[in-house]
Design a protein around this ligand. Structure first.
Ligand SMILES: *Cc1c(COP(=O)(O)O)cnc(C)c1O
Length: 432
């Protein structure tokens, strides 16, 4: 399998090269040259296959010869070694819970897969890779956990001091070993600026091989297809394809779902559920792409004003707006509606949504109101315990803290304090 750059100014590369580079030299996102069809017997027998078997067969054609099959199977087994239950909420809506991994958010799968692929590519190589990430919360935790103890990889995470939640901070700082957390006395934008500048700095590049672990990397993007196969496996009525609703920010997850569908997975209509950051819902109305500055909402992992994976979705639909509109709807849900949804769903069904899941739930409800014969599912991307204030405000009840978090909260914080100043950051990266 070869990958081409969506800017079309760089040579094609293998999965290995795409995973190591992240972005193409022309700054484009990599896209698979052919879209492999899902194997017919995989779809037919999916009910009797294990999660690791499904995941292996889905990802194998995308990896091609970059990783031997036995190794790939091992990587995949370590990636999906926790449950992905599809829970009925009402008789028309089910919730695919993607928050049972180590950091309680769906980014665990992508981060675990990518880290193990990089670990494999670098084993036996002389050079060490430094993964640089700026985080406003969830991404850093998933990357830290995913890359923890992976040989040949150093992880440096920049996070804004006092602006991540206590749980998120522990997920970034309590691990140690090959994970270093830099606590930046500034904002998320400061963190991102430092990281971006480092990537273009030849002095640093002479000393360290830098790569990024954000969702544009194919090794983080492609394994997200697994969720949609796991959903299909558990969807009882195979004669009625589910409407699939995805809480969306950078649009990597939903793009993976659309890719799975393009490969033949029998899913119904897709809905991109957004918060007040409504670039895509507006685009579907007007065909006018207008990136905006992100605004802060309760579903903060979706506070993205210029979703970088959307170019991949356009490519899936041959850059044709009408094709896109036939397959994808989008909705923008306010914070007030998010809270109201958590509240009503809790009161009427006993099910606790997190703010991201609630955005999806409301968007799906609106769609189903206009489509009486249909049923659907949402991807519930984060555990409600990660957003205790919003959930308590809506339900009046405390969320039970899972054991995995209780242990983490007892670990000491280890972080290097840093001023939001490039010279200081450069000194740290070049001289340790
Ligand atoms: C990152 C994230 C999202 C958005 O996913 P994209 O792939 O960026 O669209 C949604 N929910 C949660 C909890 C997240 O962490």
């Amino acid at each position: 399998m070869q990958y081409y750059s969506l800017n079309h100014q760089s040579p094609k590369v293998t999965f290995k090269e795409a995973a190591i580079q992240g972005q193409a030299p022309d700054r484009g996102l990599y896209f698979p040259e052919v879209l492999p069809a899902a194997e017919a017997d995989l779809l037919k027998n999916i009910g009797s296959l294990s999660e690791e078997e499904i995941a292996f067969r889905v990802i194998r054609p995308y990896v091609g010869t970059s990783i031997p099959e036995e190794t790939l199977f091992e990587i995949v087994s370590q990636t999906v070694n926790f449950p992905f239950p599809l829970k009925p909420v009402t008789d028309r809506i089910a919730s695919l819970e993607l928050f049972h991994g180590p950091t309680l958010a769906f980014k665990d799968v992508g981060a675990r897969f990518m880290s193990r692929c990089l670990g494999y590519f670098l084993s036996g190589e002389q050079k060490e890779v430094t993964v640089l990430v700026a985080t406003s919360g969830d991404t850093g935790g998933a990357v830290a956990s995913g890359f923890y103890d992976v040989e040949g990889v150093q992880v440096v995470i920049l996070y804004p001091k006092d602006r991540v939640s206590p749980v998120q901070e522990k997920q970034l700082t309590a691990l140690g070993k090959n994970i270093t957390a830099l606590e930046v006395a500034g904002s998320f934008d400061d963190c991102q600026r430092l990281v971006k500048q480092a990537f273009t700095d030849e002095d640093i590049r002479a000393k360290r091989f830098l790569t990024s672990a954000n969702s544009i990397n194919v090794a983080r993007w492609l394994p997200q297809q697994f969720y949609y196969f796991f959903a299909y496996k558990q969807w009882a009525d195979k004669t009625l394809a589910p409407v699939v609703t995805v809480p969306s920010g950078n649009f990597g997850n939903i793009c993976a779902g659309l890719l799975a569908k393009a490969g033949g997975l029998p899913l119904g209509h897709f809905i991109a559920a957004c918060n007040a950051n409504d670039v895509v819902p507006a685009f579907l109305q007007t065909e006018d792409w207008k990136p905006k500055k992100a605004v802060a909402t309760l579903s903060n992992a979706m506070d993205v004003g210029d979703p970088s994976n959307f170019v991949r979705i356009m490519e899936l639909f041959d850059q044709q707006f009408l094709k896109l509109k036939d397959n994808l709807s989008a909705a923008s849900i306010s914070d007030a509606d998010t809270i109201a949804t958590i509240q009503t769903v809790f009161q009427e069904t006993g099910y606790t949504l997190d703010p991201h899941g609630a955005v999806a739930y409301r968007a799906l409800e609106q769609y189903l109101n206009g489509h009486p014969g249909e049923k659907g599912l949402i991807l519930e991307t984060a555990h409600p315990v990660k957003f205790p204030d919003a959930v308590k405000q809506a339900t009046g009840a405390d969320v039970v803290i899972p054991e995995i978090l209780q242990e983490l909260m007892l670990q000491p914080k280890q972080a290097v304090e840093l001023q939001p100043d490039y010279a200081a950051f450069k000194e740290y990266l070049t001289n340790g």
